[in-house]
Design a protein around this ligand. Sequence first.
Ligand SMILES: NC(=O)c1ccc[n+]([C@@H]2O[C@H](COP(=O)([O-])OP(=O)(O)OC[C@H]3O[C@@H](n4cnc5c(N)ncnc54)[C@H](O)[C@@H]3O)[C@@H](O)[C@H]2O)c1
Length: 333
Amino acid sequence: MYTNIDFNNKTILITGGAGFIGSNLAFYFQNNFPLSQIVVFDCFRDGSTFENGNLKSFGHYKNLIGYKGDLICGDLNNISDLHKLNDYKFDFIFHQAAISDTRVYNQEIIMRTNVNSFYYLLELASKHNATVIYASSAATYGNLPPPQRIGSEDPENPYGFSKYMMDQIASSYSRKYPELKIVGLKFFNVYGPKEFYKAKTSSMVIQLGHQILKGMNPRLFFDSDKIYRDFVYIDDVIQGNIKACISKQNGVFNIGSGKPRSFEDIVNILQDKLKTNLSIEYFENPYTGYQSNTNADISLSYENFNYAPEFSLEMGISNYIPEIKETLNKPFD
Ligand SMILES: NC(=O)c1ccc[n+]([C@@H]2O[C@H](COP(=O)([O-])OP(=O)(O)OC[C@H]3O[C@@H](n4cnc5c(N)ncnc54)[C@H](O)[C@@H]3O)[C@@H](O)[C@H]2O)c1
């Protein structure tokens, strides 16, 4: 349960609730607090794509099969959709909706979607005195060397900048409404069940898992044994979201494992669990501005709300294997 908060009889908004992290949150509340009133707000996918060929939004109804709460199909960019939220009096707002694709370079649509709507949600929270937990990102650190610490950010892409701006806006709202609880969480590389519909933007854990299950040689960039990432399992991210509700202070906090691992580690663990011995095929990294090693300094998250990740990469992958197998030949649409 992570905290002593009784979410039963509380009204909880989850924006982006048809996506990866949001749908996991919705089921966390439904399963643990069956009397909570959950409201999912998400625009779902409509098939349209960005210039990079990826879908404009990844929300998928299949992430919500079994969900029993309320659903508002709405766009963060549509004020009349947002007005529908005024029918509720929220106790908690978990704001996950965003353009989550770090390789969208259309600055206008990223800022409009990720930043503008945040003001609306913060005003809504102030009217209801609702606790706000929102998704920031490790992308706010750009290429700063590890360990990444709160307070020195340097975003390198429009997505990272949009999250950086959300952190600034949250900070100014914390000053404007000192009684309001507003906590931002900088998620590092999240992996786990319900990320399948993110397709090419899903974690390397599922992408490499599928390559291996197809009998293909897992493909990695040259020098992947030297590229470290802070991979964090979805259950630890849910822990972070729930515990953030009891944070001693407003602010923004890292949510990672605190134990960076290489992409080669992922392949080795997958091969161990799947009992394969395929050789790795290396290729040139085509990306410029590729984030250097990441390692979340999670000391402030522990001090403020007792965040303590429980899943090693081995444990997380082990838990995840059944869904990696189950989604192998599933269509994305
Ligand atoms: N998964 C990660 O590794 C990671 C890392 C850092 C930060 N984050 C952040 O965490 C949050 C959740 O990420 P996720 O991995 O679940 O991504 P996701 O893409 O699966 O979820 C985002 C959801 O927002 C919805 N959405 C997008 N645009 C919308 C709009 N205009 N109006 C309404 N809904 C809209 C999508 O349909 C989707 O369901 C995002 O804010 C993301 O930026 C994720």
